[in-house]
Design a protein around this ligand. Structure first.
Ligand code: SAM
Length: 427
């Protein structure tokens, strides 16, 4: 009987739930679980989520490896269970079949490395054993779960611990709270990074303070979206603000952030805040004219529930709901990622507010693809953030409140537009 060094089971799992086949954190958990259930010693796991869908990953075990590649669009997973020693990989097979809910499957088992065909080299095994024990601590194994947010030509990947703190498929989107090694806990909506503990202040300080220092008398402010709470937190740092109305379409986002991102969702109990769970597009359609000093649209990317937050009708309704001296600020995408949405939004604002009344502020968010992002303005009256003069008030406020991104120089610098962006925004 020929002795083989390894045993290889090649598996086809079919008719699986596409969402399960696209859940990198879930698949990593189940693959590691499959190895451990069969008594394997896990060395490390590396899993990658591809945008818009698909997962590849490997669990390296002392007994070789388990690997997977998924095609959610076919409800299909190709799995390799390669083991050596006494481990019974069929236990892993059964575990995965159940976890993936595979309605049909096929599996081929083959022996790998027949010693009859191999020549053994003589070498001092003791040195090898010594080295291995230095390398490996059975209690601890590194988990590499990578999320990749990309379009056809560029990507941003972040390494996660694999821990999932919140995972709900709401009527609007998939809402998750995960933990990345570099940026801490973060909110993902449909696999897109929305905000992280370690760089959220870049975004939330820049979406709020420039407008509030342009219109220092602002009292009544409307926020559309902003379910993580960071934008209202920053607005409510300004004592002269009397009322903030926040209209967020998805209650699951608010719940997730209240529980797992409390430093961002810090002001949801502020008495000045009226929190409404509703569609911001419908809310503006019914809003009374001439009501708000500032409207801030802190929406997600132009897909799903947020698609309408980039429409002419929506911004026309915003214009009407603003007071005569009112200012609109909108999450504006990036001149280097979603360029088309970035430019089209500005053309819409130029049409509604006037060609010279739609300035763009650029700033950096490391966890957004390209890191270069924008807020786009609609100026209804004369007050333009590019021409304010209260630098000392800004410096004083920044010092008192301990802001970490925004200051009097960044305020003006953010409105300095590179030539390629000027070209992009030429109608
Ligand atoms: N910083 C993020 C970005 O740049 O993509 C935005 C963060 S904030 C969490 C986006 C919020 O907008 C989400 O909570 C989402 O549910 C909400 N949203 C999307 N469409 C909406 C709509 N039509 N009305 C109100 N809120 C909406």
């Amino acid at each position: 009987m020929s002795i083989a060094l390894g045993n290889h089971i090649l598996v086809e799992f079919m008719n699986c739930d596409p969402h399960v086949m696209n859940d990198v954190a879930g698949i990593e958990r189940d693959m590691v679980g499959a190895a451990q259930k069969a008594g394997a010693t896990v060395i490390n796991s590396t899993f990658h989520h591809f945008s818009p869908y698909g997962v590849s990953g490997v669990v390296v075990i002392q007994e070789s490896h388990l690997a997977i590649h998924t095609w959610p669009e076919y409800g299909y997973a190709a799995v390799d269970l390669f083991t050596c020693g006494e481990m019974n990989a069929w236990i892993s097979f059964d575990h995965l079949k159940e976890c993936f809910g595979a309605k049909s499957y096929s599996a081929i088992e083959m022996k790998r490395g027949s010693v009859n065909l191999l020549t053994r080299n003589d070498f001092d095994i003791s040195t090898m054993r010594q080295k291995a024990s230095e390398w490996r601590n059975p209690e601890f194994f590194t988990r590499n779960v990578w999320f990749t947010d990309k379009d056809e030509n560029q990507a941003l990947s972040l390494r996660f611990t694999g821990d999932v703190f919140f995972d709900v498929q709401s009527p609007f989107q998939r809402v998750r709270i995960l933990e990345s090694y570099k940026y801490g806990k973060m909110l993902a909506l449909d696999d897109m990074v929305m905000t992280t503990e370690n760089d959220e202040f870049h975004y939330h300080e820049m979406i709020s303070h420039p407008a509030l220092f342009t219109l220092p008398s602002a009292k009544n402010i409307l926020v559309i979206g902003g379910g993580d709470g960071g934008t209202v937190r920053e607005i409510l740092r300004h004592d002269h603000v009397e009322k903030v109305t926040m209209v967020e379409i998805d209650g699951a986002v608010i719940d997730a952030c209240k529980e797992f991102l409390p430093n961002i969702a810090a002001s949801f109990d502020n008495p000045k805040l009226e929190l409404i769970v509703d569609d911001g597009i419908a809310f503006l359609k019914n809003a009374k004219p001439n009501t708000y000093d500032i409207i801030i649209v802190d929406g997600s990317d132009p897909v799903g529930p947020a698609e309408g937050l980039f429409s002419v009708e929506f911004y026309t309704n915003c214009y009407n709901a603003l007071k005569e001296t009112g200012i609109l600020v909108a999450q504006g995408e990036s001149p280097k990622f979603n360029e088309k949405a970035f430019a089209e939004l500005n053309f819409t604002l130029q049409d509604i507010f006037g060609q010279d009344n739609a300035p763009v502020s650029l700033f950096f968010v490391p966890t957004y693809p390209t890191g270069m992002w924008s807020f786009q303005y609609g100026i209804k009256g004369e007050l333009n953030p590019k021409t304010i003069s209260n630098k000392s008030e800004i410096a004083d406020f920044v010092g008192k409140k301990g802001l970490r991104y925004y200051n009097e120089d960044i305020h003006f610098a953010s409105f300095a537009t590179p030539n390629f962006v000027k070209e992009l925004l030429k109608k």
